[in-house]
Design a protein around this ligand. Structure first.
Ligand code: HEC
Length: 126
């Protein structure tokens, strides 16, 4: 009986771990390309306007932000999360991204949760 229960609990843990794993490649990159990549890509034509090359179009762009606006394990301290949540602060700057006047859609609450889950799990190259 105990064996059955623990097998069940173990099974649940495995299930939820695999269901909860957010992939940077599969889950997040397409969202960043959709909402940010039209402007934040080297070939967008507005490179000069975006200081320091704040690109979001490739996996390496996002991984390059770990340790900066992405604080691995701590979504609540990650500046990128604040920008996506439209909390308009990024460092000392006030920003709302994507700019409200643009055609690019903002992240939905559900998409934002995925970003947070990925950061919480260590912002890994997955
Ligand atoms: C319509 C074009 C456009 C879209 C779409 C867009 N941005 Fe921006 N973004 C800009 C411009 C232009 C700046 C520079 C603004 C400034 O420095 O005041 C900027 C600046 C930033 C900065 C600050 C970096 C810096 O250069 O100082 C961050 C971070 C940022 N954007 C994140 C995002 C994210 C994340 C998304 C997607 C959710 C996004 N942006 C979508 C145009 C865009």
């Amino acid at each position: 009986m105990i064996g059955k229960i623990s097998a069940f609990v173990f099974g649940l843990a495995v299930l939820s771990a695999s269901a909860g794993e957010v992939s940077l490649d599969k889950d997040l990159l397409p969202l960043f390309q959709r909402s940010c990549g039209t402007c934040h890509a080297p070939d967008s034509g507005i490179r000069g306007a975006i200081k320091g090359g704040a690109f979001f179009n490739e996996k390496k762009d996002l991984l390059g932000k770990v340790g900066g606006p992405i604080v691995a394990g701590k979504p609540e301290e990650s500046g990128l999360v604040k920008v996506l949540a439209q909390e308009v602060k990024f460092g000392k700057k006030e920003l709302v991204m994507p700019p409200p006047k643009s055609d690019a859609p903002a992240f939905t609450a559900e998409e934002l949760e995925k970003v947070k889950a990925w950061i919480k799990a260590g912002a890994k190259d997955n």
